[in-house]
Ligand binder design. Structure first.
Ligand code: KIV
Length: 302
């Protein structure tokens, strides 16, 4: 599938492309929640963009992802889809949109593909959702699994904690990974597990693993865009490397704006339209439809 960005044609990253990266060039995945961020990550050459239900925490300011709804996911996925010419778009199924039954899972996956313009879906869980994954895949929807720390189960797990510790913990994550591969998932996110376990799973599976807090031995990595850009405030997970400090840059810019507005130095002539040639009379003529037609509206940009 070919879209266009400027004058050069851009190839869309497909599910077979991603599967073919197993053991080869690592896959770079990042979250995005709106059109502007989607344009930026796409321009940077990211392979996969995830509209994560982390939007509950990142965009909505919630303390967990649990309240996020299907309609909210579809809304953000649509916005992101409009900004992507190259990267593959994955939409997250939110809490209780798939756990109830395989049929509910197929219906929710279909909704996110149709209303969110996604190219695949992601869901959390291992052996307990294998049948759900199988049914979604059979319906023609590519699935990314997500095991280890699964934030929708934060209360059952007792917090946002590292998973796969000890023999039993490691065996459970391993069994979950195998179950998802057998159910037909085309990739699996491994979140917050020991790096040796992630490397072992990566070695064992024939589909790509994408790590977040799972070490360098995975087939790819995913980060939340606001963590990566240094936009997030407050506590950061250990694995969230800042590749920039845009939060500080943004506060500096807003502070400068406040200062200039208060000093009356913004807007200057460069940001103002040409003054009227003759001074206006004291009359207030009624606006006509002509004042609002399209050419005039476009003139506002010049
Ligand atoms: O919701 C999300 O952003 C995620 C990633 C952290 C993998 O699930």
């Amino acid at each position: 599938m070919y879209g266009s960005s400027g004058s050069s044609p851009v190839k869309k990253v497909t599910v077979p492309d991603l599967r073919a990266r197993k053991g080869g060039e690592k896959i770079a995945m990042v979250t995005a929640y709106d059109y502007t961020m989607a344009r930026l990550v796409d321009e940077a050459g990211v392979d996969m963009v995830l509209v994560g239900d982390s939007l509950g925490m990142v965009v909505q300011g919630l303390t967990t992802t649990i309240p996020v709804t299907m309609d909210e996911m579809a809304y953000h996925c649509r916005a992101v889809a409009r900004g992507l010419g190259h990267a593959h778009l994955v939409g997250d199924l939110p809490f209780m949109s798939y756990q109830v039954s395989p049929q509910q899972a197929v219906e929710s996956a279909g909704k996110l593909m149709k209303e969110g313009a996604c190219e695949s879906i992601k869901l959390e869980g291992g052996q307990e959702v294998a049948e759900h994954v199988h049914r979604i895949v059979r319906a023609g929807v590519p699935v990314v699994g997500h095991i280890g720390l699964t934030p929708q189960s934060v209360h059952a797990l007792g917090g946002f904690k590292v998973q796969g510790r000890g023999q039993d913990g490691a065996e459970k994550v391993l069994a979950d990974a195998i179950a998802l591969e057998q159910a037909g998932a085309f990739a699996i996110v491994l979140e917050a597990i020991p790096p040796d376990l992630a490397a072992q799973i990566t070695e064992l599976l024939s589909i790509p693993t994408i790590g977040i807090g799972a070490g360098a031995g995975c087939d790819g990595q995913v980060l939340v865009c606001t963590d990566l850009l240094g936009l997030a405030r407050g506590h950061q997970p250990k694995f969230a490397k800042r590749f920039a400090n845009l939060g500080e840059a943004a506060v500096d810019a807003f502070t400068a704006y406040v200062t200039e507005v208060r000093a009356g130095t913004f807007p200057a002539a460069a940001q103002s339209y040409k003054p009227n040639a003759a001074p206006v009379s004291g009359r207030h003529p009624t606006a006509t439809a002509d004042d609002f037609d399209a050419p005039l509206a476009l003139d506002l940009w010049h």
